[in-house]
Each structure stands twice: as structure tokens, then as C-alpha cells.
Design a protein around this ligand. Sequence first.
Ligand SMILES: NC(=O)c1ccc[n+]([C@@H]2O[C@H](COP(=O)([O-])OP(=O)(O)OC[C@H]3O[C@@H](n4cnc5c(N)ncnc54)[C@H](OP(=O)(O)O)[C@@H]3O)[C@@H](O)[C@H]2O)c1
Length: 269
Amino acid sequence: MNILKNNGLGSGFGWPLLALLLLSLTTFGDEASKTNPEERKPSVLITGANRGLGLELVKQYIEDDYLVYGTARKPDEADELKATGAQVVQLDVTSEESITAMAQTLEGKPLDILINNAGYFGPNKIGTKQDGIDTITRSEIELCFQVNAMGPIFVTQALMPNLRAGQQKKIINMSTRSSIISRPRSGAMGYRVSKAALNMVTSTLHGELFKQGFIVVSVAPGHNKTDMGTDRAKMTPEVTMPQLKKVIDELTRKQSSGFWYYDGKNLPW
Ligand SMILES: NC(=O)c1ccc[n+]([C@@H]2O[C@H](COP(=O)([O-])OP(=O)(O)OC[C@H]3O[C@@H](n4cnc5c(N)ncnc54)[C@H](OP(=O)(O)O)[C@@H]3O)[C@@H](O)[C@H]2O)c1
């Protein structure tokens, strides 16, 4: 307190000044606070960015000189993400508290692109025996919906002020060809139905936001070698994510509400 008084900070306006100083030290520095699109870097937030496809997308956007926010459930353990130079934000997409805290951290920072990438497949790996109608449990289906469909709704809701302040106004939902209703397959009930629901999130967000200048799409990354994709996958994130980024870069308003493969092909619902 004495130090504050000696520096003239102990008077009526001292504490607000000190709070502002502390705030500026604890947020993401100058670049994130710039609001003039001519002066600031383009920005993107990618959920589930500590590994797999999300981590590779972070690397691609960093290489393109974006201001990148990468989310992780456990930032303390997200060493690879930190090493990219991205701003690491804690986020569990199933937690209202975590989503609110993320939004507070990003308050006032314009966001050009949101990539709802975090996803959950289920307890059994791709290519192994999946739960069928006789064994699937309610809690498993609920978790798939929480992460894959409800998560993107509430993350998007929380970031709407940032996205409205952004220039590109792109919302990208990471879906999968497994959600395509016209190609029936068995297994992964929770994953498939929750990703089909995510596609409806895309369509509904488009319905509401297109008039406000937004582009909202679902994308499918192809089968990739990640924890989720397993080693059975033939493609790697290093090959597919640069192509997916190009698709996102080149999205036009006409493509909004569509479902796009990582190589730019249009997919059926
Ligand atoms: N790989 C493929 O072949 C493939 C194919 C089609 C679609 N996709 C889709 O692509 C996206 C990324 O897949 P991936 O292969 O990179 O999967 P992954 O390697 O399993 O990574 C999943 C990511 O999502 C995060 N996550 C899971 N639950 C979360 C939650 N409740 N809150 C926040 N983050 C959460 C994980 O964080 P933790 O590390 O904390 O668990 C991790 O960062 C997913 O949406 C997936 O459905 C992948």
C-alpha cells in the first residue's frame, strides 16, 4: 500500500489504474486487443487444439501469420500446443463454467474464424467392435452429444460478440463422413447421431447468421492418423489439414450451409 501511495497510486483513481495494469499483463498482449482490421492480424480459435487435427490446424494458421487461440482441457499438459506460439486457452466444451471463463478471457478481442474441432468418438477405437443396439448406454450417447453437438452450440454462443467484431465471420464445424444419413453403416451410434446433429447446428446457424454476414459450414477431414483415427488411417494431418485450411481460406458466401470434404468436394448430408 505504501508503495502505491508513494507512486501516487493510492489516491481515488489508483486502484482502477492498477487493475488495468494487471489486466494488461495477464491478457494476450497488444495484438489480441487491436480492433482495427487494417492494423491487426487475422485471428482464429480452434477447439481441441492440443493434439490431432486441431494441433496441425494451429500450426498451419501460425505459419500463415494468424493470431491463433488454441484450446485445451488441460493447458498445463499442452506442451506441443504451447510450442507453436499459439495463445492457449482452457476449455472443456461440456462445461458451462469453462465456456464462460473462456469468453471472459477473450472479451473485446475480435475473432475472424471459429473452428469447432473438439470431438469425442466413444470408448472403442475406430476399426474395433463397436457397441450395437443391444449394448449402447445412455451415458455414452449423452457424452457424444455433449461434446460433438452441444459443445459447438454453446462455444459459438459464447464467442458471438468476438465473431461479430471479426472480419471473416466464418464458423467451421468439424464433422465426419460417418454422419452422412444417405450412407447407412453400423456402429458408433453416439458419434454418428451427434455429428448428424452437429450438421443441423450448421444449417440452423446459417439460417440465423447468414444475413448478418456469416459463413457457416460443416467440414469432414477424411480418415486421419490421430488418437481418434488410429494407425489404420491412410492419411495424416500434415497432408489433410493444409488442404482443409485452403478450403476454409477460399470459402465463399455461396458455400455457406454446405458440407465440404478436406479437398474441397461437396458432400451430401
Ligand atoms: N481423425 C479422423 O480420422 C477423423 C475423421 C473424421 C472426423 N474427425 C473429427 O475431427 C476432430 C478432431 O479429431 P482428432 O482425430 O484430432 O481427434 P483426437 O486426436 O481424439 O483429438 C480430440 C481433441 O478433442 C478434445 N476434446 C475431447 N473432448 C473434449 C471436451 N469435452 N472439451 C474440449 N476438448 C475436448 C481432445 O482433448 P483431450 O486431449 O483433453 O482429450 C483433443 O484435443 C473431431 O471432431 C473428430 O470427430 C476426425
